[in-house]
Design a protein around this ligand. Structure first.
Ligand code: COA
Length: 331
């Protein structure tokens, strides 16, 4: 059975930098509060007119170039987002169209902040079972246009950013390379702890003035509960992945946790007993870009020379649903 290797990485973030100080002009907050609670200093927000597909295409082109492959080599697209450009069809078809992928299938996947890890499991299964040899896996998010940027929405608005990350996955028979295993979980009992209520297909109509008045159009969260579950579930699922492969935390060369909040990542690191050079964080610059955090961070880590052939890389994520997961791979 072939294994799945990451043979190219890429990312793209909008040029518009929004600093914590910029946010103080929109809402009652402060640079000190945001830094202290989240580790975020700035984030990127899209200019009007930029779509998720635009960002995904740019990240994908970079990943394909890195892999030394042409778009025509891609046999399928797996795209994770919670902020599709349209209610339907999914963003994947627009990306495939722009890249000129012909009739390659586009699989859109909804697992919020865990979207990239979920997408990796789906792609890995498709490659191992020889359905496809080369898959483009993308995480992309536009959060900024959905946030309440007044003081009423400050708990959410300061956290999120926009961006895209992509990886090219390919079947490999190379010894000591590729995905070792992926581990996913979900617990719908907590669906409303972190969610976007509207628009909702079951309401007549799907979106109404009432949704605006009652603020249902904005994402909402019970921050402390999210924090508590995240710092429990991520170490737990990393442990599950290590155990499945007879490995220990000392074997991890680089952990790339979903960038939700620096305090969450630091607690995950502490609970796993990892050193600073075993963990990659870039939330300071981008905030939480949801499904895009891990592929953006991976792309940066590669370009900073943080990964060498054979290194053990671990991804872990936690998000709305709740959903969470981990993956282990040899670089
Ligand atoms: N600026 C200034 N003050 C803010 C604020 C902001 N952006 N957001 C909230 N506050 C205020 C609150 O109104 C509250 O004021 P009060 O005590 O007068 O009521 C106070 O700060 C403390 O709020 P609280 O929510 O208890 O803060 P916290 O210490 O729990 O930190 C989070 C809030 C959001 C940083 C934290 O809960 C968190 O990181 N949760 C996880 C969020 C996350 O990662 N979500 C995505 C997961 S994928």
């Amino acid at each position: 059975m072939p294994r799945t290797a990451i043979v190219g990485t890429g990312h793209w973030v909008p040029a518009r930098v929004v600093t914590n100080d910029d946010l103080t002009e929109l809402m009652d907050t402060s640079d000190a509060w945001i830094r202290e609670r989240t580790g975020i200093e700035e984030r990127r927000w899209v200019e009007s007119g930029t779509t998720g597909a635009d960002m995904a295409v740019r990240a994908s082109r970079m990943a394909l170039e890195d892999a030394g492959l042409a778009a025509s080599d891609v046999e399928a697209v797996v795209l994770a987002t919670l902020s599709p450009d349209h209610f339907f069809p999914g963003t994947g078809v627009f990306v495939a169209r722009e890249l000129g992928l012909g009739t390659a299938p586009a699989i859109d996947l909804r697992a919020q902040c865990s979207g990239f890890v979920y997408g990796l499991q789906v792609s890995d299964a498709l490659i191992r079972t020889r359905q496809y040899r080369t898959i483009l896996l993308i995480g992309v998010e536009i959060q900024s246009t959905g946030l309440d940027v007044s003081t009423d929405g400050r708990d959410m608005a300061v956290l999120f950013g926009d961006g895209a990350g992509a990886v090219v996955l390919q079947a490999t028979d190379e010894e000591g390379r590729g995905v070792l295993s992926t581990h996913l979980h979900a617990e719908g009992e907590f669906a409303e702890i972190l969610w976007g209520d509207a628009p909702a297909s079951w309401r007549h109509p799907r979106i109404s003035r009432e949704d605006f008045e009652q603020r249902r159009i904005y994402p909402s969260m019970v921050g402390r509960d999210v924090f508590r579950h995240a710092v429990t579930r991520m170490p737990e699922v990393v442990g599950e992945a290590l155990e499945a492969n007879d490995l220990g935390t000392d074997d991890i060369d680089l952990l790339i946790p979903h960038q939700a909040n620096l305090r969450i990542s630091q607690m995950v690191q502490k609970r796993l007993g990892l050193s600073d050079d075993q963990v990659f964080n870039n939330i300071r610059k981008y905030g939480n870009t949801t499904a895009a955090t891990i592929p953006i961070a991976l792309s940066e880590a590669v370009r900073e020379g943080r990964l060498g052939r054979g290194d053990l890389v671990c991804f872990t994520a936690f998000g709305s649903g709740f959903t969470w997961g981990a993956a282990l791979l040899r670089w």
